[in-house]
Design a protein around this ligand. Structure first.
Ligand code: ADP
Length: 267
């Protein structure tokens, strides 16, 4: 296999704690090369899940963090000028389609709509990617699969995926895991005790109840892992929670007080 693609192979098994039947469903979706959409709030395990699935399926994984400045060329490729003249450079989507990788477009809704339509011909039975500037039509490798993530909380009327895009994907719902499962994940990832991990999860649960009542987004599993890591590094638990859980998500003084109070309840 080409050197280009071998760098995208995942060599060690990522730790992923299945929450429901998402692993089996994804395997079935991959067996028919169904494009998949992972829906859920930020920091709840979507990226880790894709890494785990790519490793389990034995396929390389190319991840692209989408943003509003992204153009179709950033995905597909472009001509570059160098000393020898111009040469074509495949973008991440073209590499994945050509060599047979999973391509994960993280927060695809951030990209402009004209960018998202480049994925359309890859997500129906044509499975092709036209490189219009180069005059080439890539027929996707049989191992290729497209996966996107989508945070339903962020969407507004101005920014959403078109129905014509959405309907090209199967979807799996992700959310913060149940208390015991999330505790297990935090303890595994940070090496805090199960008791401390469970307290961190309890604080997050309080904050998640405030979503829509002054908080845009709850405290994520990722943030709990930051807090746990600080505790393991010797930071006092209350300070660790302030730095990793409370300060990042709100600037509102009342909301900070409410969250600080939740921290004091448990530590
Ligand atoms: P997302 O892609 O949804 O924003 P991530 O996959 O980056 O979130 O998750 C953040 C962190 O939470 C991961 O790095 C991982 O440590 C942890 N995590 C969340 N859910 C799980 C899970 N089910 N199994 C293992 N780790 C998890």
């Amino acid at each position: 296999m080409s050197d280009i693609i071998s760098q995208y192979r995942i060599s060690t098994a990522p730790y992923y704690r299945p929450v429901a039947d998402e692993v089996e469903l994804f395997q079935a979706a991959y067996s028919v090369r169904m494009p998949m959409m992972l829906k859920g709030p930020t920091g709840c395990g979507k990226t880790r899940f894709v890494e785990y699935m790519a490793y389990t399926l034995g396929k390389p994984l190319i991840t692209v963090a989408c943003n509003e400045d992204m153009t179709a060329s950033d995905l597909v490729g472009r001509f570059l000028l160098d000393a020898q003249g111009t040469r074509w450079q495949d973008g991440p989507l073209a590499i994945a389609a050509r060599y047979g990788a999973l391509c994960y477009l993280d927060e695809v809704v951030e990209a402009r709509q004209d960018t998202t339509v480049v994925i359309h011909p890859l997500t129906d039975n044509r499975r092709v990617l036209p490189l219009e500037k180069k005059g080439e039509l890539i027929k996707a490798h049989s191992d290729f699969q497209l996966v996107i993530s989508y945070n339903p909380g962020y969407q507004s009327l101005m920014k959403d995926l078109k129905q014509s895009t959405k309907q090209r994907f199967g979807a799996l719902d992700f959310n913060y895991p149940a208390h015991e499962v999330e505790t297990e994940i935090i303890a595994h990832e940070t090496r805090v005790t199960v008791e401390v991990a469970s307290k961190l999860v309890s604080i997050a649960e309080r904050a998640r109840n405030l979503k829509g009542h002054g908080l845009d987004e709850g405290i994520s599993t990722r943030m709990l892992i930051y807090a746990g890591s600080l505790i393991v590094a010797g930071v006092d638990a209350k300070n660790a929670c302030r730095v990793a859980l409370v300060r990042p998500i709100t600037d509102d003084p009342d909301m900070r007080d409410a969250l600080d109070a939740a921290v004091m309840t448990f530590f």
